[in-house]
Design a protein around this ligand. Structure first.
Ligand SMILES: NC(=O)c1ccc[n+]([C@@H]2O[C@H](COP(=O)([O-])OP(=O)(O)OC[C@H]3O[C@@H](n4cnc5c(N)ncnc54)[C@H](OP(=O)(O)O)[C@@H]3O)[C@@H](O)[C@H]2O)c1
Length: 288
């Protein structure tokens, strides 16, 4: 869409005060997830997606949701967005964010970039009206994400409510009271889906080692992790109780858990992994 047509459409929408644009900067994995979630929540015709490298197919998919698509920040000049969702890579944030400083003066700004601090965002955006730093995770792409977010206590209740509405479009939300906790969040839930995928891969590999054909091994591993995750979702029973309910004394599960839990082997391994990821997130937050 030409810049002029884009502006006309956005300005027309603004005749209704409730229809101020919601701008997503960066339409990659996470930006697209937010676009889909917000469109499903009925906000598709308020979305503007900005990404210089969108394929025609991706651009069309966003247009079908009712969204406008643009290549750079100039497209939203004078459109008074209600919210900006910054979904570009952390290492690009310093060069991209300043172009949105004007729009940010009267908008809620949500950053989902790992390791990018409120202090830096404030600097690049020349102190926006309201700023939320958040960490979603990949299941956001199917509306099953968990996002942890931090916002300075100065945020107005209406802006915080808007942030909740936007972030909950891709799953659940939990507020943090200390920005530094986002490093551990990144290690646990941000990176966490990778650990579940690794467990699935390892289970399939072990199944093959026990003589099962590859396809059978993969189906069994995938469906087992899927089923266990669905049980966690369907019940409030603690994971430890669920584990005990499949562990008969002296049985097969007990034999496996004796290996995994011997000297807290599995717990220590996961603990070390999360510690390494938290440390890395802390380092990245310092150097980005
Ligand atoms: N993926 C995850 O699981 C996850 C989880 C939590 C948080 N995050 C955070 O989410 C952010 C995005 O991650 P992602 O995985 O969605 O990355 P991604 O798929 O690479 O998406 C980023 C998009 O931004 C585009 N872009 C580059 N320059 C731009 C510009 N000037 N203006 C607008 N868009 C521009 C990129 O285009 P090009 O590809 O052409 O550069 C790409 O399409 C990151 O900050 C990351 O830390 C990701």
């Amino acid at each position: 869409m030409s810049r002029q047509r884009l502006k006309i459409k956005v300005e027309t929408q603004q005749s209704d005060q409730k229809a101020r644009p919601i701008v997503i900067v960066g339409a990659g994995h996470m930006g697209s997830a937010f676009a889909r979630g917000l469109a499903a929540a009925g906000l598709g015709n308020r979305l503007v997606l900005i990404d210089p490298a969108l394929t025609p197919a991706a651009a069309n998919a966003f247009r079908k949701m009712g969204a406008l698509v643009a290549k750079n920040a100039r497209a939203i000049d004078g459109t008074n967005p209600q919210a900006l969702i910054l979904a570009v890579k952390p290492q690009l944030m310093a060069s991209i964010a300043p172009a949105y400083a004007d729009a940010a003066q009267n908008a809620l700004v949500i950053s989902i970039a790992a390791g990018t601090t409120i202090q830096r965002l404030n600097h690049w955006l020349n102190t926006p009206a309201a700023l939320v730093r958040s960490m979603p995770n990949l299941p956001a792409s199917i509306g099953k994400g968990i996002t942890a977010a931090f916002t300075p206590s100065t945020i107005k209740p209406a802006q915080k409510k808007l942030a909740e509405q936007l972030l909950k479009a891709v799953g659940d939300l939990i507020w943090l009271d200390d920005e530094n906790q986002l490093n551990a969040v990144t290690a646990v839930s941000g990176s966490g889906p990778a650990y579940a995928f690794l467990l699935t891969e390892s289970l399939a590999a072990a199944a093959q080692r026990m003589g099962l054909p590859p396809t059978v091994a993969q189906v069994l591993a995938r469906k087992t992790i899927e089923g266990a995750a669905a049980m966690l979702s369907a019940t409030k029973i603690e994971p430890a109780s669920l584990r005990k309910s499949v562990t008969s004394p002296g049985g097969t599960t007990q034999a496996a858990l004796n290996v995994l839990m011997s000297e807290s082997l599995f717990e220590r391994l996961i603990g070390d992994a999360i510690e390494a990821a938290t440390l890395r997130a802390t380092e990245l937050a310092r150097i980005e």
